[in-house]
Structure formats: C-alpha cells, structure tokens
Design a protein around this ligand. Structure first.
Ligand code: FAD
Length: 412
C-alpha cells in the first residue's frame, strides 16, 4: 500500500512543481494524488488559448500584478520567478520565447501536451509516484488524510509526515478544479474560506435583441476600457451576452467591486484612445455635407462596423448629431455591465484560503504540517502569464517550507 512521506493532493502546476522540488531536494516518498484520470487537465486547457507560461517583463514589475498580495508574491517570485520558470521548461526540453505582448510562450514546435508529458516523465525518474483517480475526502486526526480510490471505491487513510493541498480554484469544474475542498477545509479544519468569485472573466451587458442579432461576435481592436480608476487596453470581443477579451478580464476586480455596490457597473469604452480629445472634436466638426453617421465615422476617424451600431445601441440618439457630445462618447461610451459571467467559465477564481490562515511558509496555522499552494489561496492576478507563474511560485515556496518542516520533525 502507498505510504508516502509527503502527500501532495492535486496534480496541477502548483502540486507537480512542489513534488519535483521536494524530490530534487532528496526527500524520499513524495506522492501526488489526483482525483481525475490524468494530471494537469487545467494546465492543458490553458494550453488551448496560447499557453502563456509567464511574462517577460522585469521581475521587479511583477509584484504589483498580485495586488494586495504584492508583498508575499515578491518573496515567492524572488525564489522562483520567470527566469527560473523558463529555465525549468528548458530543462524539460521546451524552449520559450517572449511574444510581442511580453507574454512568454513555448516555441511553436512545442505543444502543451508535450511539456506535460516531459514533466511527468521527469517526476517518475525522480521517484515521485502519481496516483490518479484518487480523491482526497478530508482529514483524519492531526496528520492523517482520508482518500478514495475512484476505480474501486475503496477508502483508505494515509499518515504522511507533511501534506500539500494544491486543489486549484473553482472554475472549469470539468478539469477537476471544482472547489469542493472549501467545505471540507472549513468543517474539518475550521479554516474559513473566502467565497469564490469569478476572476478574469467576461461580462454581461443587456444588449437589445436587434444588437445581438446584428453584431453577434465581433472584435473591436485597439480600444481602452475604464471602470472607476482602473483602465486596460487591447482588443475586446462583442458577444451576444456582453463582452470578452483581455482588457475586460483585467478589469474584473474593479467591475466586481462596482457591481457589489449595487446597480450596473459603469464601464466606459474608449474607441479612439490614441487621438487627443481636441483633435477628435476638430475632425467631427468638419461639415457633414449630407454624409451619414457611418460615413463620417469611417472617413474622419477610420471607425467602421460595428461602431455605428454600437453607438446607436449605447448612446442617446440626439447625441450622435452633436459633434461635441459624439466626440466625448467616442472616448467614454458607457456600457452598463449587469453582471459577470458564471464562475465555471472564468479563467481564474478569486477567493480561497485567506493568507491570514497560513504562516510565512504557506503552512496552515490551524493544521501544522499541512501546506497550501496555487490557485486555492486567496489571490488574484491578470492574464498574461501571471496566473501560472503565481501557481508555480507558490508551489516552489511551499516545497521549500515542507522540506524545512521535515527537518524540524526529524526524530531525535
Ligand atoms: C481557459 C483557461 C485558460 C488559461 N490560460 C492561462 C494562461 O495562458 N496562462 C496562465 O498563466 N494561466 C492560465 N490559466 C490559469 C491556469 O491554468 C491556472 O491558474 C492553474 O492551472 C492553477 O493551477 P493549480 O495547480 O493551482 O490548480 P489546478 O491546475 O486547478 O489543479 C488542481 C488539481 O487538483 C485536483 N483536485 C481537486 N480536488 C481534488 C481532490 N479532492 N482530490 C484530489 N485531487 C483534487 C484537480 O483535479 C486538479 O487537477 C487558464 C485557465 C483557464 C481555465
């Protein structure tokens, strides 16, 4: 029967990296337990959309990406940051490059599944055992764990010297990250869990039936969005339910906060972020000479479809004939956001284990010997490689804490 010295629950990036670091540090008997039939399912899902492993910006600029958790993440990143992450991939035979947006990707010839396969091979060579279809059910006494072998339905108890919980967030449940661990942690260990909320997700706008039918899914390139004090630039996608795209995702925390205050979140769309307001007004003040609004927008401002339809949808009709009001709207068109898309669709999850519940080694204060890493901790970051980097960095940091813990627990 399995009798690991360290049990790692969850075979996502955080758990697998911790397993690798522990095995490389010479810790024997490291075992990973994963509820799904294969490890790294969400890691592979991340691979479908471009597989953005980390970011090429200077590591000094990384900290603020983790918002209120900047201080903690600066520490984790100093130990295992983007340079170490790229070196790790290279050691597995996967070269990476920095794209024009600063995002770091594996080179063209390397597919995500290839990286995962090479990684699992490396873990096996290091002696890490991987037990798929093994679900963690909860705790047993001070250090024990209850697990179920999903193939036989048999339940059993482990008594590892240390445990790492790396159970992920609560989106894309079909990958295994179903957030069911939160109730167990609260009822069995008394750990309060900050309620899950969608992070990096699309938003809902109550478009008219006419707009939904006419516009469907249409990109708007090179725009800026503002919600309160937060701004983001890039390409957004108009969809039949609202908006998607990197700038929308980046504003999720601000939109969530605005929605929590009641009423629609005031999202402002700037369709011409690179043109000064005075210049925009000057161009719109040119005599129309019988031209229609779409012709004026296209000829004076190079704004083609779907902008005229969007303006008719979101702006008062009379404002479209007044150059001053039109100029102002083109740079701050209010899009009333009525809600965030459902949690299960989100790229990441806000909420989870509060940092107040873990010590500086990421060990649960209420359960010595049990550590936590990855998305299940309560932190948020935008897309752009900061999510996986955060999971890898916390996984590496927890592994370090576990190795130290094992030293202190040595029998005299
Ligand atoms: C569509 C999409 C695209 C993304 N793209 C990117 C990207 O390009 N760049 C980026 O940085 N990030 C991206 N991410 C985010 C990234 O994939 C996650 O942040 C990361 O996978 C989280 O790692 P983790 O190890 O914390 O958890 P997970 O990867 O969620 O792994 C947790 C594991 O725990 C297992 N588990 C859960 N409960 C139990 C249990 N009771 N017993 C045993 N096992 C259990 C799960 O099955 C799962 O395998 C994307 C996410 C999505 C959904």
């Amino acid at each position: 029967m399995i009798n690991p010295s360290v049990a790692i629950i969850g075979g996502g990036p955080a758990g697998l990296l911790a397993a690798q670091h522990l095995a490389e540090a010479g810790v024997p008997g490291v075992a990973v337990f994963e509820a799904q039939a294969t490890a790294g399912r969400k890691f592979l899902v991340a691979g479908h959309g471009g597989f953005n492993l980390t970011n090429g910006e200077p590591v000094a600029d990384f900290g603020p990406r983790y918002a209120e958790r900047q201080r903690e993440f600066e520490q984790y990143l100093a130990a295992f940051g983007p340079t170490e992450l790229r070196a790790w991939a290279a050691a597995l035979g996967i070269s990476t490059y920095v794209g024009s947006s600063g995002r770091v990707f594996p080179t063209e010839e390397h597919k995500p599944a290839q990286l995962l396969r090479a990684w699992l091979r490396r873990l096996a060579e290091l002696g890490v055992s991987l037990h798929t279809r093994h679900r963690w059910l909860g705790f047993d006494g001070a250090a024990g764990l209850r697990l179920r072998d999903e193939r036989s339905g048999q339940e059993f108890i482990l008594q590892p010297r240390a445990t790492l919980l790396a159970l992920g967030g609560a989106s894309w449940a079909k990958t295994g990250s179903d957030g069911r661990w939160a109730a167990v942690l609260t009822t069995e260990a008394g750990v309060p869990v900050v309620p899950f909320q969608p992070g990096n997700c699309g938003v809902e706008v109550g478009w008219s039936a006419f707009f939904r039918e006419k516009v469907g899914r249409t990109p708007l390139k090179n725009v800026a969005l503002r919600c309160g004090e937060s701004t983001a630039r890039g390409e957004i996608m108009l969809t039949d339910y609202g908006l998607e795209g990197t700038p929308v995702y980046a504003l999720t925390p601000a939109i969530r906060q605005a929605l929590a205050a009641g009423g629609p979140a005031p999202l402002l769309l700037n369709l011409k972020p690179d043109v000064a307001a005075a210049e925009l007004l000057m161009r719109l003040q040119q005599p129309r000479r019988g031209r229609s609004l779409p012709e004026v927008l296209r000829q004076q401002l190079r704004l083609g479809p779907p902008v005229p339809t969007l303006l008719r949808e979101a702006a008062p009709a009379e404002a479209l004939h007044d150059p001053a009001r039109l100029a102002a709207l083109l740079q701050a068109l209010p899009l009333p956001v009525s809600g965030l898309r459902p949690l299960d669709e989100a790229i990441s999850t806000a909420g989870g284990v509060p940092f107040e519940e873990v010590d500086k080694h990421l060990m649960l204060r209420r359960r010595p010997g049990t550590f936590v890493a990855g998305e299940m901790l309560d932190w948020e970051a935008p897309t752009g490689g900061y999510l996986l980097q955060g999971c890898f960095s916390t996984g590496a940091w927890a592994a370090r804490g576990i190795a130290q813990w094992l030293q202190t627990q040595r029998p005299a």
